[in-house]
Design a protein around this ligand. Structure first.
Ligand code: GLA
Length: 365
């Protein structure tokens, strides 16, 4: 029997910077204190036996016959990473692995990226590839593009991998320079899962991405990162209304991330919270990636004492809101949210370590 291996990667929550990642803009995110674990070992027959505890299902496939169509959707996040290793001539063989975890699926906490990153770490340990953190994030992202069909940016993968406890992770999605900004203590986050799952998330997401590309093209820039509010204002009549609103969201989000990062440096949590509310409003009106349930949760948060700010977190079209809350008042806030949207599922988290820090502090993982 070969040596058993265990790897772990957390989910993430986006604090500010919605859909800015693939526009080469800025993001502030955290890793949450829950995630996905993979346990298993290499096999010597080029077969993959993958089991999901959550789904109670097993997928068996020969490494050499691996394509996304041949495998079940739940297994594509893992097997998509295997496929990236193969395409990039990284060492990979058959293996047995079991996936388990404590992240709610489809709740906007990126259980998908946590699974992809845990897989990258698992394959590296099992077969000896040496990768830089940005390469690891990149292979995880490409697994999602090629095997799942979502043209996501790198926010989820980077924050799952590189976050640090008690800090927000600032990502410049052009240079890919990462900065850890201390998060004022005496705060916690409540992730409120609306339970709404939009049927067309992947296609809506990809449509938003192509709207942004259309806007950048019409404005003659490489990406919306290069657009300022003033530029947008002076080119107002050159853009169709929908495209202009999409661009307005991204430009505003980039400005809010920079302002939010300053606010955090100064320990001004109230200002940070206001930026979160403004971000949600822009999602609702300009990017149209909210839904009535998320709007309801944010409206309730706005009226609840102890909440600094709230907004949808992640792709949108359902999923969760993130609420920045005064520590000690979590229960009252959860009561208010639950009363306003029955069935909402709330989870309290602090900014946690990403997979790299987690592995460093748990060497026996
Ligand atoms: C999803 C994607 C990310 C990012 C967010 C929106 O989580 O996977 O790349 O685009 O949506 O900010």
């Amino acid at each position: 029997m070969m040596n058993p291996i265990t790897t772990y990667a957390p989910g993430r929550a986006e604090l500010l910077g919605n859909h800015t990642d693939y526009n080469e803009g800025f993001v502030l995110a955290i890793a949450v204190d829950r995630g996905t674990t993979i346990r298993g070992q290499a096999r010597d027959d080029r077969q993959i036996h993958l089991h999901s505890r959550e789904f109670g299902k097993t997928q068996v496939i020969a490494l050499d016959r691996l394509t996304s169509e041949k495998v079940e959707p739940w297994s594509r996040y893992t097997l998509g990473v295997v496929d990236q290793f193969r395409r990039n001539d990284l060492p990979v063989e058959g293996f047995d692995a079991e996936i388990s975890g404590n992240l709610p699926l489809g709740a906007g906490l990126s259980s998908s990226a946590s699974l992809e990153i845990a897989t990258v770490l698992f394959l590296m340990k099992a077969f000896g590839a040496r990768l830089e953190p940005m390469q690891m994030a990149h292979f995880a992202q490409m697994a999602e593009h090629d095997f799942v069909g979502v043209r996501c940016g790198l926010l989820d993968q980077i924050s799952s991998l590189m976050s640090k406890a008690a800090h927000a992770t600032f990502i410049d999605c052009r240079s890919f320079k990462i900065r850890h900004v201390p998060f004022p203590d005496k705060t916690s986050f409540i992730l409120a899962n609306s339970g709404v799952k939009h049927a067309l998330v992947a296609s809506e997401y990809n449509e938003r991405r192509s709207d942004c590309e259309t806007a950048a093209h019409a404005l003659g820039v490489k990406a919306l990162r290069d657009v300022t509010s003033e530029m947008l204002q002076s080119h107002k009549s050159d853009l169709a209304d929908r495209i202009r609103r999409r661009a307005l969201h991204i430009v505003g989000e980039n400005e809010r991330v920079l302002a939010g990062s300053d606010a955090l440096q100064q320990g001004d949590i109230a200002r940070f919270g206001k930026l979160m509310f403004a971000s949600h409003e822009s999602s609702r009106v300009n990017f149209e990636n909210s839904c009535p349930e998320l709007d309801q949760l944010v409206e309730t948060a706005r009226q609840t004492p102890g909440v600094y700010g709230a907004r949808l977190s992640g792709g949108g079209f359902g999923g969760a809101t993130i609420n920045l809350v005064e520590a000690g008042r979590e229960d009252e806030v959860i009561r208010a949210l639950t009363a306003s949207l029955p069935g909402v599922d709330c989870l309290v988290t602090k900014a946690a370590d990403g997979a790299l820090e987690h592995a460093a502090s748990h060497p026996t993982l």
